[in-house]
Design a protein around this ligand. Structure first.
Ligand code: AN7
Length: 350
């Protein structure tokens, strides 16, 4: 069988040696889906070419698997027996899966009551020790940073440079899928700012053109937009409910170097784009994942971006099934009918 997964696929661009045991779930190779109907809604008759990078199709349902294969491969190589992370949920599920595969103990610290059901379910199923912290993601991140100073445990948050090494393969893949060209705009949600940092690294390293980076933060959790940490971040997009991003400085560098911007979008606008993705293109994501599209739509509407003839890629970071609660709450309930054909016909004609 041909080896798969992002480490094997892009080994020449990664600092892994041939002799290392690679911990992989065949992550990566996610589809780049053309979104022509959505492009017409965002910018009618403009020739905008819009693509959706569906990272929710990774093995644990989020983009985190690209970086996690690298972080866990390295941790196992160094002889770590235990890994730890703070997480709004997706990092937790990914760490739990790759740790299970490597035979490592895995602890995940999550903010109490603010982790979507699919992420909790997966983390528990993979056998991680899930620790619910009476505080925010930022509090949990402070705790894990400190515990690894005291205990022989590997930290697998995106502070870990190996996470970025694996994550940057997303940029290689997009360029390959666009037949050797970077897009004009690269749009994505920004939380702890690991993904934006890694993509920018990847585009620079690949050397086949550079996009402008367009990040979106939820308005209630927008420290980079505001230029100061947010004490009590809030948003329906719990994945990006982060008030003090670890990769803040690198995110600013990516914006500066690419001529890009991070903009704040309201929860209503995030949900609007989330709905458009599902109903116009048939692509179901978790709310946070629609933030890149929401940022693009807002910038076009405000006249900040001229979409004519441009190519834009939106990174859809997590699958819709990660957050079934929000999906059900945002929709009307199912229609109840008796098991009679007449009732169905009457409903159809109503
Ligand atoms: C679906 O899992 O931080 O800016 O602990 O789950 O690289 O943090 C998740 C982040 C976007 C933001 N979309 O990416 C975690 C966590 C989804 C996410 C982000 C996250 P970064």
């Amino acid at each position: 069988m041909r080896w798969q997964g992002v480490i094997h696929k892009y080994r020449h661009f990664l600092p892994f040696t041939e002799d290392m045991r690679v911990i992989s779930l065949n992550e990566g190779d996610t589809p780049l889906i053309p979104a022509n109907r959505l492009a017409e809604i965002l910018a009618p008759n403009s020739g905008l070419k819009l693509f959706l990078k569906y990272e929710g199709l990774n093995p644990t349902g989020s983009f985190k698997d690209r970086g996690m294969t690298a972080a866990i491969t390295q941790a196992a190589h160094e002889g770590s027996k235990t890994v730890i992370c703070a997480s709004t949920g997706n990092t937790a599920a990914s760490a739990a899966a790759y740790a299970a595969r490597a035979g490592l103990r895995c602890l995940v610290l999550v903010p109490e009551g603010k982790i979507a059901l699919g992420k909790l379910a997966a983390s528990l199923a993979y056998g991680a020790e899930v620790i619910s912290i009476e505080g925010s993601f930022d509090d949990a991140l402070d705790m894990v940073r400190e515990i690894v100073e005291r205990q022989p445990i590997a930290l697998v948050n995106s502070i870990n440079p190996w996470r970025l090494e694996g994550q940057k393969t997303g940029a290689f893949e997009i360029v390959d899928q666009l037949e050797g060209n970077a897009p004009d705009w690269h749009c994505l949600p920004v939380g702890n700012a690991g993904n934006i940092t890694a993509y920018w690294m990847g585009y620079k390293q690949y050397g086949k053109g550079l996009p402008q980076i367009l990040g979106g933060q939820a308005a209630g959790s927008a420290p980079i937009v505001l230029g100061k940490a947010v004490e009590k971040p809030e948003t329906i997009a719990t994945a990006i409910r982060i008030g003090n991003p670890a990769r803040w400085r690198q995110a600013l560098e990516a914006l500066d170097e690419s001529g890009g911007i991070i903009t704040a979008v309201s929860d209503e606008k995030i949900l609007e784009s989330w709905r458009l993705l599902a109903r116009i293109e048939g692509v179901f994501v978790e709310p946070a994942s629609a933030t890149g599209l929401a940022a693009l739509k807002q910038q076009i509407e405000q006249g900040e971006i001229d979409p004519r003839g441009k190519t834009a890629v939106c990174i859809l970071t997590g699958h819709g099934l990660k957050d079934p609660g929000t999906a059900v709450n945002q929709a009307s309930p199912p229609i109840n009918l008796p098991a009679e054909i007449g009732a169905l016909e009457a409903y159809l004609e109503s």
